[in-house]
Design a protein around this ligand. Structure first.
Ligand code: ZN
Length: 186
C-alpha cells in the first residue's frame, strides 16, 4: 500500500501531478456534504482562491474505475497528467488564504498518510454531488457519459429484442436507432 506525507512545517511547494500521486478535484460546494457526512475521512487540500478541494490519490488508482469517474465528471475532475502541477501545503499549513490542508477533527493518522483511497472517494463524491445534479448515464452507442439534459431514449437492439436505453441524440441518429413508443400509448 503506497503512502505519502507532505514536507514538514509551514509553506507551500509546487509539485508535479502523476509522480507521487494523482489528483481528484471537486468544487467547494460539495465540501460540507462530503465532510459532514463522513464519506471520506482523509486529508485534502482546500484552495480558497479556486473554491475547490483536492484529494491526492495513489498514482493510477483512478484508472480501473474510469467509468465511475466519468459518471461524475461534471462535478469532479481527475488530474493525472505529468505536465500538471499543484501547490501543495506543507504539513503544518492548515489555515490561510492560500491552499491549506483540511484534516478530519479526529486524525489518528492514516496508513496511506495523506493519500486517499480512490474508490472510497468516488463513492463519497457520487453521493455528495447528488445535491448538485445526478450522475451521468452511459450512452448506449459511444459508451461515454450522457447527461439528463442531453440524452434521448432510444430502442437499442440486443439479440432478438430491443431495449430502451440512453444515448446522445447524435449517436442515436448515426446508429439509426428508433425512439421508443410512448410508455402508455394506445
Ligand atoms: Zn454517445
Amino acid at each position: 500500500m503506497s503512502e505519502w506525507f507532505p514536507p514538514p512545517g509551514d509553506g507551500l511547494s509546487t509539485m508535479q501531478v502523476g509522480r507521487s500521486w494523482d489528483v481528484v478535484q471537486a468544487p467547494g460546494t460539495v465540501a460540507p456534504w462530503i465532510r459532514s457526512a463522513g464519506f471520506v475521512d482523509t486529508a485534502h487540500i482546500i484552495c480558497p482562491a479556486d473554491e475547490c478541494l483536492l484529494w491526492l490519490v495513489p498514482c493510477g488508482s483512478t484508472e480501473p474505475d474510469r467509468w465511475a469517474w466519468e459518471r461524475i465528471s461534471r462535478y469532479a475532475t481527475v488530474r493525472t497528467g505529468h505536465d500538471d502541477a499543484i501547490q501543495v501545503p506543507h504539513a503544518d499549513q492548515t489555515t490561510g488564504p492560500g491552499p491549506h490542508w483540511g484534516r478530519p477533527d479526529f486524525w489518528p493518522g492514516n496508513p496511506r498518510g495523506y493519500l486517499t483511497d480512490a474508490l472510497a472517494l468516488n463513492t463519497g463524491l457520487e453521493i455528495a454531488t447528488l445535491i448538485i445534479g445526478p450522475p451521468a448515464h452511459r450512452c448506449a452507442v459511444c459508451e461515454r457519459a450522457v447527461w439528463p439534459d442531453e440524452y434521448q431514449l432510444a430502442l437499442v437492439p440486443r439479440g432478438p429484442t430491443a431495449y430502451r436505453d440512453y444515448a446522445h441524440p447524435l449517436c442515436a441518429r448515426a446508429a439509426q436507432l428508433q425512439a421508443p413508443a410512448a410508455e402508455h400509448g394506445p
